[in-house]
Design a binder for this molecule. Structure first.
Ligand SMILES: [Zn+2]
Length: 585
């Protein structure tokens, strides 16, 4: 491809809409353009990257025996209604001219299960793994980071169907390997973490996380044993430490007029947040729950729901709180709170003489103590984990890291097949529900995650496997015959060898060509400049500063050598993953 014919509208200024580095660079390099909130064009350079990622995805999925198909984007409401997911907030809903309802597919469990229940009858047709690479729509409340969290995005979604849970485990393992290899071949290092299943459901699931300071996800990891989990999921270890034997002071009610928040109350009383216990009122299917966590902690609603055996919990409204406590919101406490189940975070067990709301407007208690002043009905781990918390698997502690979620894999079991009556005839003559797994990689998110990791002050540095071009030839002076001849010869030689090469033949100053080549991050650069008069050109890697002058005669073989080394490095990274041995930190 000749740069004079390539459409890549670069920008000199950093666009004000972009916070993340990858977003700025993709806009500046002319890879993407914003159409609406969370909706983007992929311009030729960006789309070249997308197609290369997709190709890697196809190769690795096919290698594990998965088969590609394509399902519709527009899904009839009835399908999502069968599993109760029609209510999901992220659904983009639409109506046709006859007022029939549809949604844009946000994930295709129902559609694929419908295919399989219609057309797969016997255990002989299993196992089956079907995947697609498709544009999805999700009505994200907070689109962010350009294509990191878009409302329209390209995703690989795969679905496995098996006879038994053991066979599902194997299908899951295969996808774990395929995904690890895909991510490695794209040049990224992922860590695998336990996660919440969210709108997909199912019990066991893991996310592939790319560590990045600007990531919107938080991962907690134990350096000692390798336990890693998304912050929403992360368990906290329980230490049976000695309860400090502090003298229990007298319970005392104090006036705290208008002091509702932790910050206000602690400042007003001259206490630290960790000397206070927060009492949060929740409802869970009609039941009222008072949940206690230390003042400097946040409650984890998923943990609370799991602990009390509810599907979900919701914060009680002001009216309920006033009815239950007899006080305005902001003065809730556990003392004298009758007919309400009190659930407490285990950390509170070691506290003495703490501050709680008095269930009286404008008042708090000082020196509250467990057992003496109130009883806890249920103890458990209900807070959000943070850096320094004990590891749940070993005596180590957890570190908090920022990350971008790039893929998510789930063991669904029979969640969808039972809800939709999708059954097969097993060898024993019994009808059984399919045992399923589902697996997704954010292809367009990868377009952002890669430069988020690989960039410097000059621009992006693409791994060769996904670079928009593998090699850029910079013809510094198109008026100079020797430079032109050198560039044309290398261009032709590389093209003959199947190299994806860009020839910058534009009528621009050399400085512009250097800047653009660095900005768009082509991994190998060949400079045809003044040295051409001596029969030499310069070769450099985008990732390194130094360049090497080589004879024109050997330039293309030198480039081939570098290219193969770069590919080999990625391949070796991927080859660490095979069935039986997968990524664990
Ligand atoms: Zn550990």
């Amino acid at each position: 491809m000749r740069a004079s014919q390539l459409f890549f509208p670069t920008l000199r200024e950093v666009p004000s809409e972009a916070e993340m580095v990858s977003h700025q660079l993709l806009l500046r390099g002319g890879f993407i353009r914003r159409v609406g909130a969370g909706i983007y064009d992929y311009l030729p350079l960006g789309y070249r990257v997308i197609k290369k990622i997709e190709q890697i995805v196809r190769e690795e999925m096919d290698a594990q025996g998965a088969q590609e198909l394509l399902m519709p984007m527009i899904i009839p409401a009835e399908l999502y209604q069968e599993t109760g997911r029609w209510q999901e907030d992220v659904l983009f809903r639409l109506k046709d001219r006859a007022d029939r309802e549809y949604a844009l597919g946000f994930t295709h469990e129902e559609v694929i299960t419908d295919i399989v229940r219609r057309d797969v009858r016997s255990y002989r047709e299993l196992p089956l793994n079907l995947y697609q690479i498709q544009t999805k729509g999700r009505d994200e409340p907070r689109p962010r980071g350009g294509v990191v969290r878009g409302r329209e995005f390209i995703m690989l979604d795969a679905y496995s169907f098996d006879r038994t849970f053991d066979e599902m485990d194997l299908a899951y393992e295969k996808m774990r390997v395929a995904f690890s290899r895909i991510i490695a071949r794209c040049g990224l290092d992922a860590i695998l973490v336990e996660a919440e299943s969210g709108a997909i459901g199912g019990k066991e699931n893991e996310e592939f996380m790319i560590l990045a300071e600007s990531g919107e996800d938080t991962v907690l990891r134990c350096a000692d044993c390798g336990y890693a989990a998304n912050v929403e999921r992360c368990e906290i270890g329980h230490r049976n430490g000695e309860k400090p034997r502090l003298h229990e002071e007298h319970l005392r009610m104090v006036d705290t007029p208008g002091q509702r928040t932790i910050e206000e109350v602690t400042q007003f009383l001259g206490r630290k947040p960790e000397e206070l216990v927060k009492t949060l009122i929740y409802t869970a299917g009609g039941e009222i729950i008072a949940a206690l966590v230390r003042g400097n902690r946040d409650l984890n609603e998923s943990k609370l729901a799991r602990l009390i055996g509810a599907k979900r919990v919701e914060m009680a409204d002001a009216e309920t709180i006033e009815r239950i406590t007899g006080a305005e919101v902001g003065f809730t406490g556990p003392i004298g709170l009758n007919n309400v189940r009190i659930v407490a975070d285990r950390e509170i067990a070691s506290m003495t003489n703490f501050v709680v709301g008095a269930n009286k407007t404008d008042a708090h208690y000082l020196n509250a103590n467990l057992d003496r002043d109130f009883k806890v009905d249920l103890w458990g781990d209900i807070r959000i984990a943070s850096s320094g918390d004990p590891c749940p698997r070993c005596p180590g502690t957890l570190d908090s890291l920022r990350a971008i979620e790039i893929a998510h894999i789930f063991k669904l079991g029979t969640l969808y097949s039972e809800a939709m009556g999708a059954k097969f005839l097993d060898s024993d003559g019994c009808e059984k529900p399919f045992v399923m797994g589902c697996y997704g990689i954010g292809v367009s998110r990868m377009l952002a995650a890669i430069p988020e990791v690989y960039h410097d002050s000059d621009g992006m540095i693409w791994p060769i496997s996904v670079a928009p071009f593998e090699v850029a030839i910079l013809l510094l002076n198109p008026e100079d015959d020797q430079q032109c001849d050198a560039a044309a010869r290398i261009y032709e030689e590389l093209q003959m060898k199947g190299v994806d090469v860009l020839l910058d033949d534009r009528d621009e100053r050399p400085g512009v060509k250097f800047k653009d080549a660095d900005l768009i991050g082509i991994p190998i650069q060949v400079v045809c400049g003044k040295l051409a008069s001596e029969g030499r050109v310069e070769v450099r890697l985008r990732s390194q500063k130094d360049k090497q002058a080589v004879a024109l005669d050997t330039a293309s073989s030198q480039v081939m050598f570098l290219r193969e080394a770069l590919f080999r490095e990625l391949q070796e990274k991927a080859d660490r993953f095979y069935i039986g041995r997968v990524l664990k930190v």
